[in-house]
Design a protein around this ligand. Structure first.
Ligand code: CDV
Length: 314
């Protein structure tokens, strides 16, 4: 059976605080039109795609916070996106802020969904690695307050069978953590989808300017290679309300090589033809996990979070 599939990373340029959901959804539908002309059957949109990246803002009013969240998916403003995608038989990954009622209280998550070519939600992932602090930190050039606005995701890293492949999801900062790829790798993942908002201003002002792109590619390429999987990564890019965001949307092969990448910092579709069968080489050789992994040596990975160096003189 031929499993070759055209996929697209749908990079979005900046979304300003004043942009409406309808404005953003219209841009996303235009990208779907491009995806259709390339024959794509799956498109990956960024993290928190529908709004500005609000975790950089210090908001205290609960109603204002809630205005960045979706209470239903699809909702009144996103229904047209689902319809446009289904009309073209294109499935998609969409990152958004999820407000969900749970036993009398509201819970907030940084979420991504997987929607099939018929417009049905087939998977949901909630971000596990939330960067930054719960409170405003004076003196920082830019704030990172995802811990203020979101709970830690409660669903782990599942994978789904879709598009004749094994598909997994994660969100932005998750891509920097090798455990994320490996947990999906241990479920036979063949395509990891990831949306991101990566600012180019280091919160402590200490990083050389070339680090964000270098580290972005480093982790995606290493994660793909070490788990013999494709990775499709879509940015929200450009100058968003004065904060520059990394572009660099790309598609990485199981070899670790980048096969397609964005050329701009604006709305752009990055298409590529991928063959999930290409994952087999790595999975049956160097990264044949069943043959070569040594779980008896990895205990600390799950029992210890922070690093503890041995005492002096040991
Ligand atoms: N949205 C993110 O998760 N951003 C992080 C930053 C804050 C380090 C990232 O990994 O790009």
């Amino acid at each position: 059976m031929d499993r070759i599939l055209s996929v697209g990373a749908a990079q979005l340029g900046p979304v300003s605080i004043g942009d409406s959901r309808a404005d953003v959804v219209a841009r996303m539908i235009a990208l779907l039109g491009e995806a259709r002309s390339f024959g794509c059957r799956l498109v990956v949109f960024p993290e928190l795609a529908l709004t500005t990246f609000f975790p950089r803002l210090y908001i205290t009013d609960e109603r204002e916070i809630d205005s960045f969240f979706e209470t239903e998916m699809p909702g009144p403003e996103t229904k047209v996106l689902f319809e446009a995608a289904a009309d073209s038989g294109i499935g998609f990954y969409l990152g958004y802020a999820e407000l969900c009622p749970d036993r009398g209280r509201s819970r907030r998550f940084n979420t991504a969904i997987l929607v099939d070519g018929g417009g049905r939600i087939v998977g949901k992932y909630r971000k596990v690695h939330l960067p930054g602090n719960p409170e405003y930190v004076p003196g920082r050039p830019v704030q990172e307050m995802e811990k203020r606005y979101f709970e830690v995701g409660d669903r782990g890293f599942p994978v789904w069978r879709a598009w004749n492949a094994v598909v997994g999801m994660c969100l932005c900062n998750d891509r920097r953590w090798p455990e994320v790829y490996r947990v999906m790798g241990l479920q036979g993942v063949e395509m990891i989808l990831v949306g991101y908002n990566t600012k180019l201003i280091d919160r402590d002002g200490a990083e050389p300017g070339h680090y964000p792109m270098f580290h972005h590619r480093l982790v995606l390429q290493a994660g793909a290679y070490q788990n013999a999987t494709f990775v499709v990564a879509a940015a929200k890019a450009g100058n968003e309300d004065g904060i520059p965001l990394l572009a660099g949307s790309c598609i990485v092969a199981p070899s670790g090589e980048i096969v397609a990448q964005s050329q701009t910092e604006g709305d752009e579709l990055i298409p590529a033809r991928v063959n999930p069968d290409d994952c087999a080489l790595g999975k049956r050789t160097v990264f044949d996990f069943a043959a070569h992994r040594r779980t008896e040596a990895y205990g600390l990975i799950c029992s210890r979070a922070g690093a503890i160096a041995p005492p002096d003189g040991s």
